[in-house]
Design a protein around this ligand. Sequence first.
Ligand SMILES: Cc1cc2nc3c(=O)[nH]c(=O)nc-3n(C[C@H](O)[C@H](O)[C@H](O)COP(=O)(O)OP(=O)(O)OC[C@H]3O[C@@H](n4cnc5c(N)ncnc54)[C@H](O)[C@@H]3O)c2cc1C
Length: 361
Amino acid sequence: MSGKRVAIVGAGVNGVSIATACASLGHEVQLFDEGTPFDQTSSASSRMLHGGIRYIEQGHIRLVREALIERDGWLRFAPDATRVERFYFPVYLGAKRSKWLLFAGTLIYQWLAGRFSVGPSQLHTSSDLAQIFPNLVSAGLRGGASYFDVVMEYEPLIQLLIDEAKREGVTIVENTHIQRLYTDGRIDTRDRTIEFDRVINAAGPWAAKLLETSGIDSDFTIDHVRGSHLIVKASFSHALVLQAPGERRIIFVIPLDSEHALLGTTEHKHDLADPIVCTDAESKYLLEILNQHLSEPLSASHIVSSFAGVRPIVLRREATIGDMSSASRDSEIEVSDRLINVFGGKWTSARHLGEKVAALI
Ligand SMILES: Cc1cc2nc3c(=O)[nH]c(=O)nc-3n(C[C@H](O)[C@H](O)[C@H](O)COP(=O)(O)OP(=O)(O)OC[C@H]3O[C@@H](n4cnc5c(N)ncnc54)[C@H](O)[C@@H]3O)c2cc1C
């Protein structure tokens, strides 16, 4: 097989993973981004490499199982840039889900991981939880359940991915907006047209818009859901999963170091023309949910920073998004002659997606 000249548009985790996989098969790869690698959605995730425990409740069993296997791949690829963390669900009187239901969910999660499990799920009494989280409100606490999952050490992990891409010979072309794609292998930058044997559209949330601008039909479209996070100055010994009172949503509290934690996320339909930022209302919503669970609440002064990203939710044309929390986060690959479009995907599935796309070339 002779190496092909491949252009990849978008240097988020999907584009970088596809680029590395293509280059490792001997192709000559140029990876274009209008900014720098990892400066959009991929920098705004909840930093979990996970099966997605909440998708069990929505019945996406196959998706969870696949992602749990992919989670194992990350542990092996980046043992020093990932860590196994125990996540605790505290359950209060009147919560939408009982501790028994949550425990059953965590057991299914562990069972779906099979030999790729990273630790046993457990049922907890309220006094167990009070001991582990002394700052947790004790009134109404009914106990809870816990399970293990994997969290990324973000900066070292992206460095590892960029280094790997360069080592495989990928050329990264930054600050280059691709204005137009063609199905015959050409792409237009602002000032010239370049020809390749294959072009891969991995523009994440912007993938469908880029096709539209290029006048290329697709069976898929993307809906956009903004998710915001806060980094707060607070110390947690382990991660927490909090049920938003009165809602079915959950939010995660993940310790980043001994003094800081990541809190998120929200879900709001997003128009790509609007700035991708955490609004004051989202910030208030996240802090309020956390504070409803803490005996010594945090104030706005504990917020160190906030960030937001847009989830690309892939839909077949004519479907509508409906309930945002229950839309599947699976990905789709579409081939149009020499152009390959990638829609959706998660951090967790990016390396596997990269291999699948590279195999198509
Ligand atoms: C709030 C939130 C939390 C999440 N949490 C998790 C999690 O915990 N675990 C998990 O597995 N997944 C998570 N995800 C999903 C995951 O982060 C995304 O699906 C993934 O990062 C998408 O990567 P991407 O490479 O497709 O997109 P991006 O990272 O957005 O990359 C696309 C790139 O394309 C570039 N681009 C766009 N248009 C052009 C153009 N015309 N020319 C040149 N460049 C262009 C952009 O600059 C960008 O860098 C989360 C997502 C969100 C929003």
